[in-house]
Structure formats: structure tokens, C-alpha cells
Design a protein around this ligand. Structure first.
Ligand code: FBP
Length: 270
């Protein structure tokens, strides 16, 4: 995973929402994958770029060597191997495999990503597939990043911190090199006192990181939140010892994506 880290931390730019959510996340600018590539190049702070295979095939630049990729400020590619659309809300979540490890490598991937809906009726199917992916990725010497999302009829709160620690541990047990989790700060309406929240956020995320052991923990950005909250989340990630963030909408839905990415990176890499 070291290729995806800078000073021990990583900032991954996620752009698979066209698959997961459809056009509702986009405006006239960020609907164009070339715009996202341009943000990644100009910001020079991203340690990975997450794409589905179709976008990777048509937009991720084919470079002759890793050196020329670095020289052209193109972050290493992470190809997402499964996904589901937003048409099936309310149904038990399952994301089928749409790309293989071999295909991803062919497209230039330096890592692969796969979502497991922990707590879904289909969890067993997804953990089995993740096992197969890890086996093949290890064989081909690239890391596997597991999106371990709490979702399905056995989950009442997708942000429950003890269950997030369980999901992180499951990622370690399944052999993933990193997990991506939907950890969020205590909401403003939370019962917890405002003064105690930041410390508790750090303590809880640290426990999650401990459960993940040598498997790196990335926190997912989620829907767009105010600047101060996104920066506070970054501070918590750093102080808890998590590897970093995997963000999409909180970067490319902003009017100043490059500048904002640099603000996040300043905290993360300092
Ligand atoms: P965001 O930072 O935009 O949330 O992206 C992170 C991510 O995990 C994407 O990789 C994925 O498309 C999306 O969130 C999944 O969102 P949802 O929670 O709706 O399934």
C-alpha cells in the first residue's frame, strides 16, 4: 500500500459515483471525467484515483512507465471491481463483480477496490468474492482495498462505531490491504456535549484503526459537508492514526476543488 501513501498518509480521489448514484451528483463541469483528471493533476496531492473500468479505459492516461505517470502528476489508478446502481433502494444491497483483477491491471491499475455490504443478506456472497480477489491480487502483487460498508437488514445504524470496528476487523481477517469505512463525526444534534465530541471522535476512530491492525484505514468522504467539518474530519483521521481519506463529492462538488484538496493535504501530510 506504500505507493498510495505520502508521509504515511493517503488521499484518494473517488469518482465512481456516476455508477453508484447517477447524474444527481453531477453538474455540467464534474460530469466530465476529464475535469476530475484535471483536478487530480493540478492538485498534486492525491495518492490514488478510484474509477470504474469504463471511465478508466477511456480517460485514465496510458503511460509508458510509472516514472512518466509520476512526472505527469497522474495519481496511481484504483479500479473498482464491483458496484450497484441507485435503482434498488430499499432492497438488500448487493454489488456484483463487473471487472476482474486481470482486466484492472490491463487498464493500468495499481490496486483494486471491492465493496462488501457488511450486514446484508448477501454478505457471505461478497466476502467469498473478496477472498477470491485478495488471492488473485496477492498473486499479481497489487493491493486490495475493501469498501466495508455497514448496510442491509441487519444494520440499524450504518455509522455505529463498534460495528465499524467490526467491519474494519473483517477487512483484516479477509486479507485486504486497506479498508474504506463510512466513519462520520458526531452530528451537531448528537446527545454528546459539544466539548467532548472531538476527543470521543478520535478515541473511537483509534479503536477502529486498532481493530484493523496492519490493514490501513481510509475514511470515506460522503456527501458534501461544510468546509470546517471536512477539515475537522481530516484532523480526526490524522490524530486517530488512520491512513487517510477517500473523498469524491467533497472535492469535485466544490467551486475550489484544487485549493480545498490542498487544505486537506496540508493537515494530512504535515
Ligand atoms: P464520496 O466521498 O463522494 O462519498 O465517495 C466515496 C464513495 O465510497 C464512492 O466510492 C462511492 O461511489 C460512494 O461513496 C458510495 O456512496 P453510497 O454511500 O451512496 O453507497
Amino acid at each position: 500500500m506504500n505507493r498510495f501513501l505520502r508521509n504515511g498518509h493517503g488521499l484518494l480521489l473517488a469518482y465512481d459515483q456516476g455508477f453508484e448514484h447517477g447524474p444527481s451528483d453531477f453538474n455540467a463541469k464534474n460530469v466530465d471525467p476529464a475535469y476530475i483528471l484535471d483536478i487530480a493533476r493540478r492538485a498534486q496531492v492525491f495518492t490514488g484515483l478510484i474509477l470504474q473500468k469504463g471511465v478508466a479505459e477511456r480517460y485514465y492516461p496510458r503511460v509508458k512507465s510509472q516514472e512518466s505517470r509520476v512526472k505527469n502528476n497522474i495519481p496511481p489508478l484504483i479500479v473498482k471491481l464491483n458496484g450497484k446502481t441507485a435503482f434498488h433502494r430499499g432492497e438488500e444491497p448487493f454489488a456484483p463483480l463487473v471487472c476482474t483483477v486481470a482486466e484492472a491491471i490491463e487498464l493500468g491499475a495499481s490496486a483494486v477496490g471491492y465493496t462488501v455490504y457488511v450486514g446484508s443478506e448477501y454478505e457471505a456472497k461478497m466476502t467469498r468474492t473478496l477472498g477470491d480477489i485478495v488471492r488473485e491480487s496477492n498473486h499479481r502483487r497489487i493491493p486490495t482495498i475493501a469498501w466495508m460498508y455497514l448496510r442491509g437488514k441487519h444494520i440499524s445504524d450504518p455509522h455505529d462505531r463498534q460495528k465499524l470496528a467490526y467491519a474494519a476487523r473483517l477487512g483484516l481477517e479477509l486479507g485486504a490491504d486497506a479498508v474504506k469505512l463510512q466513519f462520520t463525526l458526531f452530528p451537531r444534534h448528537s446527545e454528546r456535549s459539544e466539548e467532548s465530541r472531538p476527543q470521543q471522535d478520535i478515541q473511537d476512530l483509534r479503536w477502529i484503526v486498532q481493530n484493523a491492525g496492519k490493514c490501513k484505514v481510509f475514511v470515506s468522504g460522503g456527501s458534501k459537508i461544510p468546509d470546517d467539518q471536512a477539515l475537522q474530519l481530516t484532523k480526526v483521521v490524522k490524530q486517530a492514526g488512520a491512513a487517510g481519506l477517500a473523498v469524491g463529492r467533497n472535492i469535485w462538488q466544490r467551486d475550489n476543488p484544487v485549493e480545498f484538496a490542498k487544505q486537506i493535504a496540508d493537515i494530512l501530510y504535515s
